[in-house]
Design a protein around this ligand. Structure first.
Ligand code: GLC
Length: 676
C-alpha cells in the first residue's frame, strides 16, 4: 500500500512538471461538450465573475474580481474596508518606478488571493487620448505608448507572481466613456499598432494570461467579435491566454466564437449549451473553435498553477495590514509630482514653523466605478500634517475652504498655508471640464493673495486646469492618492520623501487644448462615431506639433535636489545587431539624495511621418548627493520602425534620427544624431 501511495505521489509530481500545454491538451480530451461550454461563460456568484469548477475532472473554479487599484468589495466578499484602497493606477504610474510598481502589484494581488479571487481584473492599460476621459485614473499608461509598455510589465509580473491571473483591459480603443457601450472608435491600423497596441503587446510579452475585450466598436464592429482586432491580438501580438468579454459586451454567438472571444461575462446569454450546440451542429462554428477557447482557458489555469495549489482564500477575510497601509503611503508619496517650487519653499523645516493652516478637500482620494475601493479609513491632509508636526511647537488649524474670505484671513496669520484642491471622475462618463469647480480656483487665489507662502496640493484623476499656478510658489500633483493621502502629503511637504515623480500626461492651459472636433471627441451621430483623425498626435505629441507651451509638460517633475547631464554618446547604428547604443552621465549636483528620471526621446527622419519627438525609453536613477552614474540605453530596430499596414509588419526607417535625452519632453539636456 505504501508503495502504491508513493507511486501516486511520484506520478502526480511528475505530471505536475509536464508542460501546461500538455496538461491542458490532456484535460481537454477528457471533457464532454457540456463541461466545455460551462467554462466559456460566467454564472451568478459572490465574485464579479464566476466560472464554477468541475468536480469530476478536478478543474478549479475561476473567481474574477475588480479592479486596478485594489479588491473591490462586492456582496459576499466581506465588509467594506477589508481590502486596501491603494493609490490609483495613474497615480503609481507617475512614480516611473518599475520596482515600486512590481512591489505594489505583488502585494495588491496578495489581497485578491487571500480573498479567494484567482483573476484580478487589472491592469487597465488604455492610453489617455482624451484628457477628460472618465477612466484615465484607472489606467497605467498616461499619454505615451512606450511609457505604458514599460510600466505594464512589472504590474503583470507582480500580479501573476502572486499566483493570480492578470487581465489586461480593455482591448481595444476604449478611450471614451461617454456612450462607451455603443461608440465606434474609428482608428487606422498604423495608429493602433504604434499608439494603442504597445502596452498590450508588452503585457503579452510579460506573460499576461487574460485580456478583456471592450464595450465599444472599432471601425463599426463590436470589439468582442471584431475579427481584425482580435486577430491582431492573437496572431500579430501572439497572445496565448484567453479573451474574456467586458460585462455584457458580448453581442453574438457564432461571430464572437469565430472572431476569438473565449469567455462571456457575467452570464451565458450568447455562450450556453443551446446556442453553442446549435452553432456547432449548423456548421457555423467549428468544434475546433470551442476546443481552442477551452484550451486557452485551461492553459492559463495550468500556467498560473491553479491545478497545483488548493485555493485557501476566504472572501470575507480582512486582508488589510499595517504593511500594506505603509506601502500605500510610500506609493502615494513617491507618486506625488512636485511641478513648482519657487525659491525652494519646500521642503518646510518643521522647527521654523509656529503656525500652519490647512485648507480644503479631505476626502477625494479615488475615482468611481468598478475600479473604486471604499477605504477602511482616510488619513486627511489635516491629520497627516498634524501627525507630522507632533512634538514640534506648531499650531495647526484646518478649515474646509467653503468660506473663502475666512480661509484667506486665517492664512494671512500663518507661516504657511497648505491648500488641498480636488476633483474626481469615473467609469461611465467623461468630465465635462478639466476645471476644479466648487470655487476652488477662487479659494487658491484668495489664499495666495493673503499669504505668499502658499502650497497647493492637487488631487486629480488626470489632466486638470490650474489658472492660479503663477500666483503660488509651490504646487504638488497628488493624483488620487488613496487611503494614506494625508500622511503621504506630509512626507513630501516636510521632506521625509524627496519627490521623484514625473508627469505622464500633459497639464493643459485650457479645456480641449488639443482642439478635438466633435467628430474626434466625443463623436457624432447615433450611434456615436468617433474619428481618431489626429492619428499619432495626442498629448505632448500634439503640443510639440503645434508648438504650444503647456501649463506643465509631459515628463516634468522637480526634486529637492538638482541633476546635471553630460557625456552623451550615441554610437553609430549597428546594422548587424539592429541597434544603437546610447550612454550619458547624470550627476546629483545638490545636497540631498534624490532620484532623476532620465528620459530618451527620438526624432525620426521627417519623411517617416512620425511626431516631432517621442519618448522611447527612460531610466529612474537614485543618486546620493554629488554622486554620478552612467545611464545606458539600447535602441532596437523596433524603436526605429513604423507600422506598415500594406505588409502588416514593422519597417525600419532609413535616414537621420536624433536622440534627445532630458528631464522632460521640454527640458532636453543633450542631443545627438545617428544614421540608419
Ligand atoms: C465594468 C468595467 C470592467 C470591469 C467589469 C466588471 O463595466 O468596464 O473594467 O472589470 O465591468 O465589473
Amino acid at each position: 500500500m505504501i508503495g502504491f501511495l508513493l507511486f501516486c505521489v511520484f506520478a502526480r509530481s511528475l505530471w505536475a512538471q509536464s508542460s501546461p500545454e500538455a496538461r491542458a491538451q490532456a484535460m481537454l480530451q477528457r471533457m464532454n461538450f457540456t463541461e466545455k461550454v460551462n467554462m466559456l461563460h460566467g454564472v451568478n456568484g459572490i465574485y464579479v465573475g464566476n466560472v464554477p469548477g468541475n468536480e469530476r475532472l478536478g478543474i478549479p473554479s475561476l473567481n474574477l474580481q475588480d479592479g486596478p487599484q485594489g479588491f473591490r468589495i462586492t456582496p459576499g466578499t466581506g465588509e467594506v474596508g477589508t481590502s486596501t484602497a491603494w493609490p490609483s493606477s495613474m497615480t503609481i504610474a507617475a512614480s516611473w518606478d518599475l520596482d515600486l510598481l512590481y512591489e505594489w502589484a505583488y502585494e495588491m494581488a496578495r489581497e485578491f488571493k487571500d480573498k479567494g479571487a484567482n483573476v484580478q481584473l487589472a491592469p487597465g492599460i488604455g492610453i489617455a487620448r482624451v484628457p477628460n476621459a472618465g477612466r484615465n485614473f484607472e489606467y497605467l499608461c498616461g499619454e505615451d505608448p512606450s511609457f505604458g509598455a514599460a510600466v505594464v510589465v512589472p504590474v503583470i509580473q507582480g500580479i501573476q507572481d502572486q499566483g493570480v491571473m492578470a487581465d489586461a483591459k480593455h482591448w481595444i480603443n476604449n478611450e471614451i466613456e461617454d456612450q462607451r457601450m455603443t461608440v465606434s472608435a474609428n482608428v487606422d491600423e498604423r495608429t493602433r499598432f504604434e499608439l494603442y497596441y504597445p502596452p498590450f503587446e508588452a503585457a503579452i510579452k510579460a506573460g499576461v494570461l487574460s485580456v478583456m475585450c471592450s464595450y465599444n466598436r472599432i471601425n463599426d464592429v463590436w470589439s468582442c467579435h471584431n475579427n481584425e482586432t482580435l486577430r491582431h491580438l492573437k496572431e500579430n501580438l501572439g497572445f496565448r491566454g484567453f479573451v474574456v468579454s467586458d460585462w455584457t459586451a458580448t453581442h453574438s454567438t457564432a461571430q464572437s466564437m469565430n472572431a476569438g472571444l473565449d469567455m462571456e461575462m457575467p452570464l451565458g446569454l450568447f455562450y450556453n449549451e443551446h446556442t453553442l450546440s446549435t452553432a456547432v451542429d449548423s456548421g457555423e462554428v467549428p468544434m475546433e473553435k470551442i476546443d481552442e477557447s477551452v484550451y486557452r482557458i485551461l492553459l492559463s489555469m495550468y500556467s498560473i498553477g491553479l491545478f497545483d495549489h488548493d485555493s485557501t482564500g476566504d472572501p470575507t477575510a480582512n486582508v488589510t495590514s499595517d504593511a500594506h497601509n505603509a506601502l500605500a503611503r510610500k506609493i502615494a508619496a513617491t507618486s506625488t509630482v512636485l511641478v513648482k517650487n519657487d525659491h525652494s519653499l519646500l521642503p518646510l523645516a518643521k522647527s521654523s514653523l509656529r503656525r500652519v493652516v490647512v485648507i480644503g478637500d479631505e476626502t477625494t482620494v479615488s475615482g468611481t466605478g468598478s475600479g473604486h475601493v471604499e477605504p477602511a479609513y482616510i488619513i486627511t491632509p489635516h491629520q497627516g500634517i498634524s501627525l507630522a508636526l507632533q512634538g514640534y511647537n506648531v499650531e495647526v488649524e484646518y478649515v474646509d475652504g467653503t468660506d473663502i474670505e475666512a480661509a484667506a484671513e486665517l492664512a494671512a496669520d500663518a507661516d504657511v498655508a497648505i491648500v488641498v484642491v480636488a476633483t474626481t471622475c469615473g467609469e461611465g462618463s467623461d468630465r465635462d471640464t478639466l476645471a476644479l469647480g466648487n470655487n476652488q480656483d477662487a479659494l487658491v487665489s484668495a489664499v495666495a493673495a493673503a499669504n505668499p507662502s502658499t502650497v497647493v496640493s492637487v488631487n486629480t484623476p488626470g489632466a486638470v486646469l490650474m489658472p492660479w499656478s503663477n500666483e503660488v510658489p509651490a504646487i504638488l500633483v497628488s493624483w488620487l492618492p488613496g487611503q494614506e493621502a494625508g500622511n503621504a502629503l506630509a512626507d513630501v511637504i516636510f521632506g521625509d520623501v524627496n519627490p521623484s515623480a514625473r508627469l505622464h500626461i500633459t497639464m493643459p492651459n485650457k479645456d480641449n487644448e488639443v482642439a478635438f472636433t466633435r467628430a474626434q471627441y466625443p463623436g457624432v451621430g447615433e450611434p456615436r462615431e468617433a474619428s481618431y483623425s489626429e492619428e499619432l498626435l495626442i498629448g505632448y505629441r500634439y503640443y510639440d506639433a503645434m508648438d504650444i507651451t503647456p501649463r506643465f509638460c509631459f515628463g516634468h517633475g522637480l526634486s529637492y535636489t538638482t541633476f546635471a547631464y553630460s557625456n552623451l554618446i550615441v554610437e553609430a547604428y549597428n546594422e548587424t545587431a539592429g541597434s544603437v547604443s546610447v550612454s550619458l552621465d547624470v550627476m546629483n549636483t545638490g545636497t540631498r539624495d534624490g532620484a532623476e528620471v532620465v528620459q530618451l526621446y527620438l526624432s525620426f527622419p521627417t519623411e517617416a511621418g512620425e511626431p516631432l519627438q517621442q519618448l522611447k525609453m527612460f531610466e529612474k536613477v537614485l543618486l546620493r548627493a554629488q554622486q554620478s552614474a552612467k545611464v545606458i540605453f539600447e535602441l532596437k530596430n523596433r524603436d526605429l520602425s513604423v507600422w506598415d499596414a500594406s505588409s502588416s509588419s514593422w519597417s525600419v526607417v532609413r535616414g537621420a534620427f536624433v536622440v534627445k535625452v532630458g528631464a522632460s519632453s521640454r527640458d532636453i539636456r543633450a542631443s545627438a544624431d545617428f544614421i540608419v
